[in-house]
Design a protein around this ligand. Structure first.
Ligand code: ADE
Length: 351
């Protein structure tokens, strides 16, 4: 990293009062979100509930605010405190998480809840938060700032984008990310770290959006090097991703008596680990012959596709009925508690 340049931006933004402008904008434009407290409460020194802040941050990784909100409201209604969540059965939490994806996160969520509950409450510093299961640098920064008023930065992909544009970063993206993180950390105001973090989230979500940023209403428009160049949407400049391989397989939907459907608990390790699933074949580069889980009148119902972190999966969906056997899972429980790829298969089979 070129230290001069880093200092250049840190000094420049300081001089231009980037933080102050951002906070003024936020005071007028903050989104109302269920896990946030309002500016009036914040001004009175009220802090939001750390359990709620943490839960929202874990859910909001890699999903949208509207999608996460449904789950956040359901979780906080069912498990209002961290002790309630810590005491919940694994299967219930996993089923409630179904549809949010990234199921290792749900397992870490429970681990973290149990650890915090056992130690009698949350640690309040970045370094201690960072040691908890499922809490990486982003989440530790977010919880430290939002829930405990610590001077910490919460730098995620949205903040990366905002600063890649402000600084018109065109070098190696890995290094540029480290560089911008230092700049953001320098900018966090001592007295209002929570609002600073929330303001950056809102700016990234509502103005400095990935495709068509709304520069005309941006409070930082005249500080933005990418805007000055004329094509801010060009940033961030990231290395091209390798296309994901597609794996192929079969999924079996066997409807039983009493509105039930055959399901199985997936192994703890591996894709969708620990989740309830439908029986499947192994997946590979070709469909191969189906290996049905029982004798029945299997009929092909179509295909479903789902994109995971490292590969895309296409499954041929087979359906059959067996009126003489009743399974442990009802069709309704399956529709609500299965991960998306299976929920899609179930729907196609005509749940
Ligand atoms: N994205 C990540 N964390 C968020 C939060 N707390 N509020 C809104 N969007 C977010």
């Amino acid at each position: 990293m070129n230290m001069d340049e880093k200092l250049h931006f840190a000094d420049l933004f300081e001089e231009q009062d980037l933080s102050g402008r951002l906070l003024d904008w936020y005071a007028r434009s903050a989104r109302e979100l269920p896990w946030r407290i309002g500016p009036a409460d914040r001004a009175l020194g009220v802090s939001p509930n750390p359990y709620r802040v943490w839960l929202a941050e874990i859910m909001l990784q890699q999903t949208t605010v509207p999608h996460a909100t449904r789950y956040y409201l359901a979780f906080t209604k069912r498990w209002p405190t961290i002790d309630d969540l810590a005491a919940a059965a694994d299967e219930e939490v996993m089923a409630a998480w179904a549809g949010l994806g990234y199921y290792a996160r749900a397992r870490n969520l429970l681990k973290c809840a149990r650890e915090v509950s056992a130690r009698g409450g949350w640690p309040t510093t970045f370094d201690e938060l960072r040691k908890l299961p499922g809490i990486g640098p982003y989440t530790a920064g977010a919880v430290a700032a939002l829930a405990f008023g610590r001077r910490a930065a919460a730098v995620d992909g949205n903040v990366d984008r905002v600063f890649a544009r402000l600084m018109a970063l065109s070098g190696d993206w890995k290094r540029e990310k480290l560089r911008l993180k230092r700049v953001v950390e320098d900018l966090v105001p001592e007295d209002r770290p929570a609002e600073f973090a929330e303001a950056l989230m809102d700016l990234g979500a509502t103005i400095c959006t990935p495709k068509s940023p709304n520069c005309l209403i941006c409070p930082l428009q005249d500080l933005c090097a990418a805007r000055e160049e004329g094509a801010p949407e060009r940033y961030p400049i990231k290395p091209k991703k390798m296309p994901k391989p597609t794996r192929l397989g079969h999924v079996y939907v066997l409807f039983g008596a009493d509105q039930t459907v055959m399901t199985e608990r997936r192994p703890e390790k591996g894709l969708l680990g620990g989740m309830l699933g439908l029986p499947t074949s192994p997946w590979s580069d070709a469909f191969g012959a189906p290996d049905f889980p029982s004798n029945a009148n299997w009929v092909e119902a179509g295909e479903v596709r789902h994109v995971f972190t490292h590969f895309a999966l296409t499954l041929k969906v087979w359906r059959a009925e067996n009126d003489t056997q009743s399974f442990d899972t009802t069709r309704t429980e399956a529709a609500d508690g299965l991960p998306s790829v299976f929920a899609k298969g179930l729907k196609l089979a005509g749940r």
